[in-house]
Design a binder for this molecule. Structure first.
Ligand SMILES: O=C(O)CCC(=O)C(=O)O
Ligand SMILES: [Fe+2]
Length: 306
C-alpha cells in the first residue's frame, strides 16, 4: 500500500519511475523514497545537532520561540501545537523550524513580505551550517521530484521550477518524548500536511501512521535511510484532487522519537489554481502565502503568560 520507490532509477528509467510515482500520488499520497542521494552523514549530523539543541533547558530555547516569530521560524515548545484541532488533544512534541535563509538586508525582508524573515539560530557550534546544508540538499531533491510529478500530470518537466525557486519550505526537526501512558495522549494529532510535498526522515522509532480513504490507521513501515514522502493539501488542490493528501498522525512512542521533516511549500506569490488539463477547477485560486497562513493560524496555541 505504501510503495518503495528508488529515485536513482529516474536517471535510467524516467517513465518507469514516473508511472510508479503517479500511482502512489493518486492512491495513498504516500511513498518511501530510497536512492535519493542525500548523504547519510548529513542526515546523522542533523539528528545530532537536534539532540544537542533539544537537551537544552527551556529557558535557553524560549527566546527563539516560534510564537513570537511572524515568519514561522524558531522553537515550538511541547504543548504549543495541536495538529488535530477537532480532538482537543495537544501534541506531545517539540520542534524547531528553519526557513529559506535570507539576509537581514534582503529586499523581500525589508519589504516585510509574508514569511520573508531571517532565520533564528541557537548559540550552538555547527547548528546553522548543518541545517542549511541539509535544507539545500532536500530542497533540491524536492524540486527534482517535481519534474517527475509534472511529467506524470501531463505537464512539461520544468513546469514547477518557477514555483519552487524561493519557496516557503520549512526544515523542521522534531522530538517526541517517551509516552507517559496518560488518557488522550498523542505525539502528533491526525492531520494532513499543508504544502506540496513533505520529505520526512525518522529515527526508526515506531509511531507514524496513515489513514487511507476508506481504510483504518496503518503503521508506516520503516526502511532505514529512505524518506517518507507524502503529498500535502496544496498539491492536492493544485492537481484539482487528482493527487491525494492523506491524514496521518504520530502515536506516543515507546521510546523518545526523533524526526526531520522538510515541508516543501511553493513560493509565497505562486498562484495555486487547477493545473492545465486537470478539468474544471474545484477550488478558487489562492497564493502560496495566503494558503499557508490560513493553515498555520489553525495549528498554534499562544504561549502561556510568563
Ligand atoms: O514526526 C513525524 O514522523 C511526522 C510529523 C508530521 O507528520 C508533521 O509534522 O507534519
Ligand atoms: Fe504531517
Amino acid at each position: 500500500m505504501i510503495p518503495v520507490l528508488d529515485w536513482s532509477t529516474y536517471a535510467t528509467d524516467p517513465e518507469g519511475f514516473t508511472a510508479k510515482l503517479g500511482q502512489a500520488c493518486r492512491d495513498t499520497g504516500f511513498f518511501l523514497l530510497k536512492g535519493h542521494g542525500v548523504p547519510d552523514d548529513l542526515i546523522a549530523g542533523v539528528f545530532a545537532q537536534a539532540d544537542t539543541f533539544f537537551s537544552k533547558p527551556d529557558a535557553e530555547k524560549q527566546p527563539l520561540s516560534i510564537s513570537k516569530n511572524p515568519h514561522n521560524r524558531g522553537w515550538a515548545r511541547i504543548g504549543s501545537e495541536s495538529l488535530d484541532d477537532t480532538s482537543g488533544q495537544i501534541d506531545s512534541k517539540e520542534a524547531f523550524n528553519v526557513g529559506l535563509d535570507l539576509a537581514e538586508d534582503d529586499p523581500r525582508v525589508l519589504a516585510g513580505e509574508p514569511f520573508r524573515g531571517v532565520n533564528v539560530w541557537p548559540d550552538q557550534p555547527g547548528f546553522r551550517d548543518t541545517m542549511l546544508a541539509y535544507y539545500n540538499a532536500v530542497w533540491r531533491l524536492g524540486t527534482d521530484l517535481h519534474h517527475a510529478i509534472a511529467t506524470d500530470l501531463g505537464l512539461h518537466a520544468d513546469y514547477f521550477a518557477e514555483h519552487f525557486d524561493a519557496p516557503l519550505a520549512i526544515l523542521r526537526i522534531l522530538a517526541y518524548p517517551e509516552a507517559k501512558g496518560t488518557e488522550g495522549e498523542i505525539g502528533a494529532g491526525a492531520h494532513t500536511d499543508y504544502g506540496s510535498v513533505t520529505l520526512l526522515m525518522t529515527d526508526g522509532e515506531a509511531g507514524l501512521q496513515v489513514k487511507p480513504r476508506g481504510g483504518d490507521w496503518t503503521d508506516v513501515p520503516h526502511v532505514p535511510g529512505a524518506y517518507v514522502v507524502n503529498i500535502g493539501d496544496c498539491l492536492m488542490r493544485w492537481s484539482n484532487d487528482i493527487y491525494v493528501s492523506t491524514p496521518h498522525r504520530v502515536l506516543p512512542p515507546k521510546r523518545r522519537r526523533r524526526s526531520i521533516a522538510f515541508f516543501l511549500d511553493p513560493n509565497p506569490d505562486s498562484v495555486i489554481r487547477a493545473l492545465p488539463g486537470t478539468g474544471e477547477a474545484k477550488y478558487p485560486p489562492v497564493t502560496g502565502a495566503d494558503y499557508l497562513r490560513s493553515r498555520l493560524d489553525a495549528t498554534y496555541t499562544p504561549d502561556p503568560v510568563e
